[in-house]
Design a protein around this ligand. Sequence first.
Ligand code: HEM
Ligand SMILES: *[C@@H]1O[C@H](CO)[C@@H](O)[C@H](O)[C@H]1NC(C)=O
Length: 327
Amino acid sequence: MMGASSARSFTVVVAVLCLLLLLPSHCHAKLSVKLSTKFYAKSCPNVERIVRSVMAQAVAKEPRMGASVIRLFFHDCFVNGCDASILLDDTPTFTGEKNAGANANSVRGYEVIDAIKAQVEAACKATVSCADIVALASRDAVNLLGGPTWNVPLGRKDSRTASQSAANANLPGPGSSVASLTSAFAAKGLSARDMTALSGAHTVGQARCLFFRSRIYTEPNVNATFAALRQGTCPQSGGDGNLAPFDDQTPDAFDNAYYRNLVAQRGLLHSDQELFNGGPQDALVRKYSGNARMFANDFAKAMVKMGGLVPAAGTPTEVRLNCRKVN
Ligand code: HEM
Ligand SMILES: *[C@@H]1O[C@H](CO)[C@@H](O)[C@H](O)[C@H]1NC(C)=O
């Protein structure tokens, strides 16, 4: 552990290097020090209770919604920082992120965020950003599904714009190699260890047949029983939208089963199995598969780190009143 003062001088050194060298990929996370877990302590003391209660209802009604909100946070943070840019609706004159390749007909949970925002606005008008709501909601989703909890640094602001092309460029696809996954996360200041821990979110939720078809029909490193099971609802042609759980044993439990599945060659996506395929992440996957606590700790830390990605300095921001449109 770094002491407070050495941590502070480290931050200053990084900030100075950022300014001198203009290395945005290494700067996002370190410049997020202004976020604080106490940000709304005076201005909206009930915000965490409100978010938790709406999320609890949503997850009780449909456990998959927890998974969907966790993913929403990832897809927000990887595109110009955690700024709720993903929540902006397209209009006739504005093209946002919702219809980017990785998001269209895929990302879910927008209505739950709207429901939370409505209650938060009623309690504390024009105070809590949509970006902070997503960060809190995803933390609660993990915990409501049986995973760890953690304190969420707050004080994010909402973007006044969104970028479909940035979404297409920054969100890794399911066909990615471990090398390209590692570089996609490194571009956000996240380590390979962060990447492997964050991928453990694929212990909950579902994917569509079109994303795992080639894996279950053509890849050599797949358990045959598992491939046959998945082929049952994912035909060689057609059925692109048919869903399968990432983890068929405990599909709605936020546990370390994802890693046990990888060790058993039961990863659903090609990109999942890349983390355990004789490559650089094998040792860590094996550790997480046998140590649920180590995974839970690393996951929580990596979520805070990812949540520290903020828009580039000077980007115009606001606290949106309606998460779907700029004020
Ligand atoms: C490492 C690179 C990653 C790739 C290539 C990837 C890819 C995918 C794909 C293709 C799906 C299925 C989408 C669909 O069928 O429409 C999915 C679902 C999901 N992803 Fe990822 N993902 C990655 C990392 C992450 C991370 C870092 C998180 C969160 C921390 C995450 C959370 C989820 C969740 C929870 C679901 C299920 C959502 C639901 O059921 O609604 N993923 N991912
Ligand atoms: C595949 O998984 C099944 C359990 O569903 C197991 O019985 C079998 O031994 C596994 N196959 C291989 C080759 O590991």
